[in-house]
Design a protein around this ligand. Sequence first.
Ligand SMILES: Cc1cc2nc3c(=O)[nH]c(=O)nc-3n(C[C@H](O)[C@H](O)[C@H](O)COP(=O)(O)OP(=O)(O)OC[C@H]3O[C@@H](n4cnc5c(N)ncnc54)[C@H](O)[C@@H]3O)c2cc1C
Length: 301
Amino acid sequence: MSKKSRKVVAGEYDVVIVGGGVGGITVGVFTSRYGLSTLILDRGRSSLGRIAHLENFPGFPGGIDTPTFQKLLHAQAERVGCEITREKAVEATQTEDGFRIETETGDEYATESLVAAAKYGREWLETLDEGEFLGDDGGVDINWEEHKRYGRTSVDGLYFAGRLGTAEDQAVVAAGQAGETALGLIHDVRRDEGLPEDLATHYTDWVFVEGSVIDGDWEAHVRKEFPERVGDADLSEARFDELQSQYVERKVEQAISPSEQRKRRRDGHRHLVEHIDDDAVLERAEEIKTERSSGLDDERQ
Ligand SMILES: Cc1cc2nc3c(=O)[nH]c(=O)nc-3n(C[C@H](O)[C@H](O)[C@H](O)COP(=O)(O)OP(=O)(O)OC[C@H]3O[C@@H](n4cnc5c(N)ncnc54)[C@H](O)[C@@H]3O)c2cc1C
């Protein structure tokens, strides 16, 4: 028995992502919200860590320091169910069911889908390489003209994400590309689950207030539109009913009540505050107290 086959698998996942920067985390948030068990390995050279102050990522009026940004990214991924481990991937092998990925500490993880989301730390791809990933010189050149959409590669179940999946070196582009990779991966999983093609690729991760998309009964609406989603796929009555129930259930979950919206707003703000520098929070709290006691706050509203 070889040394490798004696190794104990430390965990089995639907998806393992190598890289916990903005790219890897974006993929993890989507795959985990879809319900796929997701592990993110994150250790090694980071582009994000080299940014002095991130000033062009939408949503941060004063920019954001990258340690805080990284904490927010990781907190979001963990909150939706991703596991994150501070381990560095060093080798990957293909198996009958997908891949095994080995880390520097000798742990091995099994996964059906594998996402490469670390451009500067992708030597572990070498064993899966078919001339596509590492370039002739073992460097970082990828032929972008031939690069596949949705982060897919010539190896089934292996995807690129983030800076590794795009020729443009900006954080927001890395995040956008990674979102596309996540959707491609989810479409592929849905195909593997035997969903008809149109239904497999009809997937949106949305949350909205009930009544805001259509007037009337949302559940009845999505139940009625379901036949369009399966087109002329040849399904037994039982399979049709099963897929329709899943479809309706998922769509109904996306519609939340106004009170749930208010609750999520409060929770969202609370989570943000947890990651902001305490001194900045206290300083602002003092200002708010002063504004409130002088009535300034009322005028502003
Ligand atoms: C000096 C510099 C300044 C920049 N300034 C800006 C800027 O101001 N604005 C902007 O939009 N973009 C900027 N960029 C570009 C931006 O940093 C990248 O586009 C973006 O961070 C890419 O995100 P990513 O998730 O793909 O990769 P990364 O941010 O590199 O994340 C990869 C992650 O994977 C981990 N990792 C690496 N190897 C392994 C491994 N083998 N196993 C497990 N984990 C691994 C790393 O620790 C890291 O956390 C700058 C880049 C540099 C180098």
